[in-house]
Write a protein that binds this ligand. Structure first.
Ligand code: X2X
Length: 340
């Protein structure tokens, strides 16, 4: 955490009140968590995101001597993305972990990691997101009273998954009803690729494939695997069209109501967990092809150049440069090289 944010958090008003309450009524809090908090997301419970969050929550309980007890709610248990975003803003939940592109409905610049074909590999991803671009986005979250933790969690490079036929060229996307998450960047990306994107929350995606409301989806291998989307759609094309990761954002007031020492523990443990989760996901995304193959998934390698060219011709990069602003765009291009 940078010094400014640390200062800001340490001077938060709630902390003094909370520890005085503990001093005044020690018997009431003895042996029980003083701070029960909720952390929600849409991902399956056995995805590394939730495995590492659960582990981190236990570690936080231990290191705060039971003071801070964070319950993890996976699998959209507390609602859709839109519901959870309102809840974390209102303080009904304390932490929300979700794709920058979806959080972009509140903090537009948070969607920038999803610019099509921007990142070629993980080295570049973490250079940007752990570096100046990530800092720029954290500052934007703070303006909306959300504290974004330093280390993003990995979802992965996203691939196209189709029910009827493999996607090989941009022409295959013509009139292809691809499910996209609710996010303007996602819709724009697939419109620019010539597809017919339909915006559907993740919790409804499996049934959208079943009922053929969508011809396919796009997501990272690990997410496809843990959500069992391969049961319906079996053609996976390695489009690598975007890198997607999750920000952990906290309701500022709730977070600042923790005593300073506990806040430091939460930040440290969550950041460490995110870094471990990155290794889990990268490994899984590399290994899962074999496993998905045994479940009948067929893999297609694609030439990505014509897809990116199609985006260029559609004016996608120019439009998103305008929408993201020159500062953020140049921080992105400092890592990815020139896009627009
Ligand atoms: O596809 C989604 O909705 C997203 C971004 O939440 C996931 O990757 C599961």
């Amino acid at each position: 955490m940078d010094t400014n944010r640390r200062k800001l958090i340490i001077t938060g008003a709630g902390a003094a009140g909370a520890s005085m309450a503990a001093l005044a009524f020690p018997s009431l809090v003895w042996g029980q968590a003083q701070f029960r908090m909720k952390c929600a997301n849409i991902m399956p419970a056995d995805h590394p995101l939730n495995v590492r969050l659960t582990e981190a929550s236990a570690r936080i309980r231990e290191q705060t001597n039971g003071q801070v007890d964070i319950s993890i709610f996976p699998s959209s248990q507390l609602g859709t993305d839109a519901d959870m975003l309102s809840q974390v803003r209102a303080g009904a939940i304390d932490f929300f972990v979700q794709s920058g592109l979806i959080l972009g409905s509140l903090v537009p610049v948070a969607a920038i990691n999803g610019i099509g074909f921007a990142f070629s590999d993980y080295g570049k991803v973490w250079q940007a997101m752990d570096g100046p671009l990530g800092k720029h986005i954290q500052a934007a979250f703070l303006k909306s009273n959300l504290i974004a933790f330093d280390k993003m969690w990995d979802n992965g490079f996203r691939q196209a998954l189709s029910s009827a036929k493999p996607i090989r060229t941009p022409e295959d996307f013509k009139a292809f009803k691809i499910r996209v998450p609710p996010s303007p960047l996602w819709t724009s990306l697939f419109k620019s690729l010539g597809a017919a994107p339909v915006s559907i929350p993740w919790a409804e995606t499996y049934s959208a494939l079943q009922t053929r409301m969508a011809d396919g989806i796009e997501n990272a291998l690990a997410t496809i695997y843990f959500s069992k989307m391969y049961e319906i759609s079996k053609h996976l094309s390695y489009t690598n069209h975007m890198w997607d990761g999750f920000w952990m954002v906290a309701n500022r007031k709730a977070f600042e109501s923790l005593p300073a020492a506990s806040r430091d523990i939460v930040v440290k443990v969550m950041n460490e967990a995110a870094v471990k989760q990155r290794t889990d996901v990268e490994k899984l995304n590399g290994e899962l092809a074999g496993n998905l193959g045994t479940k009948g998934v067929q893999f297609t390698k694609v030439d990505r150049a014509p897809f990116q060219e199609k985006l260029r011709q559609a004016g996608f990069y120019g439009e998103w440069k305008r929408r993201m602003g020159d500062e953020a765009w140049s921080l992105l291009e400092a890592t990815t090289g020139k896009l627009a």
